[in-house]
Design a binder for this molecule. Sequence first.
Ligand code: ATP
Length: 226
Amino acid sequence: MIELKAIGKTYGKRNKQRVVLAQVNLKIEAGEFVAVTGPSGSGKTTLLCIMGALLQPTSGEVYMDGQRVDSGLTENERASIRSEKIGFVFQFPALIPTLTVMENVLLPITLAGKALDDGGSWARQLLAQVGLSDREDSLPGTLSGGEQRRVAIARALIRRPKVLLADEPTGALDLDTGNKLMELLQNLCREAGLTLVVVTHDPTVASKANREVKLLGINQEYKQTI
Ligand SMILES: Nc1ncnc2c1ncn2[C@@H]1O[C@H](COP(=O)(O)OP(=O)(O)OP(=O)(O)O)[C@@H](O)[C@H]1O
C-alpha cells in the first residue's frame, strides 16, 4: 500500500543544511498497522508527511497504492490523492471552533465539493462508532481533549480512505483516555481493512502494532522490529 524507496530528506539551504533522513526503505502492506518510533528529532513526523504526500523527499521514491506520488504530479493532483486515499490524525485535532461536531466531520466532503450519497448517514455512523452520537450538534470547545480527538478520527475516516496516518494521536492525553483512543483507532482500521501508520513515543502504543519501525537518527541505521 505504501512503499518508500531510498528516501532522503534534507532541510535548509547550502551551508545550513540538515540531513534528517537518508536511504530509508520501507514497504507497508494493505491492512498492516505500523508504529514509527525513535528519539525526538529523528525524523518521524518528516517520514509520515512524506508517506502522506504532504512533503516532498529530497531524494528517493514514494508510492501510495501503486501510484508514484513524490514527483510527476502537480500539487493539485497530490492534494486529490491525499483527500481520496489518506486520512490524517494529528496530535492537535484542529477542529473548526464555529462548526458543530457533525459539520467538522463532514468538512472534508464539503471542502472537496463532492457530496457522498450517504454523507450524512455515514458521518452519523462514524460518530456512533467513536461514541459521540449525542454530541453531533455540540461545538468543539465544549468537548474534552479526548472527545475532540475522537471527532478528528471520525473526520479522518469520512472519505473512506485506504490509509490512516496518525502523528502522536494519544499525545498529551491521560493514560486511560490514550489507551481507549488507540484501541478505537485500531478497531476502526481493522474493521475497515485500513492501513494504519502511527508515529508515537509511547511503547504501549508501539507494542500493539504488527511492526515497529525505529528511526535512530541520522548517521545511524534505522531498524524494523516485527
Ligand atoms: N521545515 C523544517 N525546516 C527545517 N528543519 C526542520 C523542518 N521540519 C523539521 N525539521 C527538523 O528536522 C528534524 C526532524 O524533525 P521531525 O519533526 O520529523 O522529528 P520527530 O522525530 O517527529 O521529532 P519529535 O519526536 O520531537 O516530534 C528536527 O531536527 C527538526 O528540527
